[in-house]
Design a protein around this ligand. Structure first.
Ligand SMILES: [Zn+2]
Length: 287
């Protein structure tokens, strides 16, 4: 069964740990993440970008796949199926398709318009018991063609959006999607501290979890981050393991070309990455 992210994130905020959001791209990705969460007895959030939604043949296909997998694999830990960086239309489509959580990324709108659209979605989500993530201050880097400058969010604007009744809030604190450049300035903990102070119990979300040093992750969690998004890191580990398999010529040996064999090293690599993150975030045995 899919659940809203509300309860798992409130527990995480109170318990000073974070729940990982791992983005999915296909069956192997989803299966690897669900099995790892179950093995580690950790709550988990499956993230779906609008681009990945199209790739996987639409939100209804994804809901069917995830629900079927939870049943077949006997997954009992809390699982939220979450739209990542949704548009207003995308959020509504996912609400209708059966997602248990959505993000509306209105960070590129003027704050008044972000507030108006977020308010409408708060009402729609509350009726259905779906969790809603809002964003203030765009996240740096590129995601599905949207390029953010990596600005820091205004703590007062964060409070305005938090007060609308959203479940969790993503705020830019110098974090970036994708790989971090060598000259990256690091997370801005002064801004994070100010946002945390203004927004109280609101679980905060850290996007761009790939490549942030462990000590910064831990400090961010201590300052109120309760959800951390990981996407690129699973892609990198999957690609590296698949490359090693092919470069070793294993696809040319026996039935090594069988997709179930060809994709197995990448599948195991995703599992290892997810395990490493869940241990770092402190969500193991918190299901
Ligand atoms: Zn993001």
């Amino acid at each position: 069964m899919l659940v809203s992210a509300k309860e798992m994130l409130e527990k995480a905020k109170a318990g000073k740990y974070a729940v990982g959001q791992f983005n999915i791209n296909n069956l192997e990705w989803t299966k690897a993440i669900l099995l790892t969460a179950q093995e580690l007895n950790s709550p988990v959030i499956l993230g779906v970008s609008e681009g990945a939604g199209k790739y996987m043949c639409g939100y209804e296909t994804i809901v069917g796949m995830v629900k079927g997998m939870i049943k077949c694999l006997k997954i009992t830990v809390p699982v939220a199926l979450h739209l990542d960086h949704g548009s207003y239309e995308g959020a509504k489509a996912c609400i209708n398709a059966g997602f248990s959580s959505v993000m509306f990324d209105g960070s590129h709108y003027p704050i008044e318009e972000n507030i108006a659209k977020t308010t409408e979605l708060v009402n729609a989500c509350n009726v259905l018991g779906i969790s809603l993530e809002a964003e203030v201050g765009s996240i740096g880097g590129e995601e599905d063609g949207v390029v953010g400058a990596g600005e820091c969010a205004d703590p007062n604007e964060c409070k305005m959006i938090a007060d609308l009744g959203v479940t969790m809030l993503a705020a830019g604190i110098g974090n970036i999607h994708g790989k971090y450049p060598a000259n990256w300035a690091g997370l801005n903990f002064d801004v994070l501290g100010a946002i945390s102070e203004k927004t109280g119990d609101m679980p905060l979300v850290l996007h761009g979890g790939t490549g942030i040093p462990e000590d910064m992750i831990k400090r961010a969690i201590s300052l109120g981050v309760s959800k951390i998004n990981v996407n690129t890191e699973c892609q990198l580990s999957f690609a590296a393991a698949t490359r090693a398999y092919v470069e070793a010529g294993k696809d040319l040996q026996g039935k090594g070309f069988d997709p179930r064999k060809l994709l197995a090293p990448g599948f195991e690599a995703i599992k290892a990455t997810v395990k490493e993150k869940m241990e770092l975030f402190g969500s193991v045995n918190k299901a």
